[in-house]
Design a binder for this molecule. Sequence first.
Ligand SMILES: [Cu+2]
Length: 135
Amino acid sequence: MPQRRLLIVLAVLLLSAPSCRTGTYDTSGRPWPTTSEVPTKSENTASTTASLDLAEFSINGELQVPAGPVVLTLRNNGVIEHNVRLVGGPVSETLPANSTSQFDVGELAAGTYELICELPGHQDAGMIATLTVVR
Ligand SMILES: [Cu+2]
């Protein structure tokens, strides 16, 4: 009776499979990893974060970063609003006094870049700095 034997094997498999799975899921007590915790191949280069302080009228802070993706954490310590333009590249949002903002400037190759505040008169008053990107 080979067919009957096969049916018994199938029945045993069907009955045992759910109980195995239940044990594995319920006793771990740990959440499954979310997709954000599993890096994809295109995201395996972590971006560098550098902090810059804005004021009347200056741009100071971490002005040397390694080549690659760069995010600038801007802090406006001044009493009026400011922004930051990577000359030849993107511009940040305009920050009100006493606020912070993340400014993703993208991927930077080694070299020097000028950072300025674009609000009228601010660059001439001193809001200009050189960001050095090193290999
Ligand atoms: Cu400014």
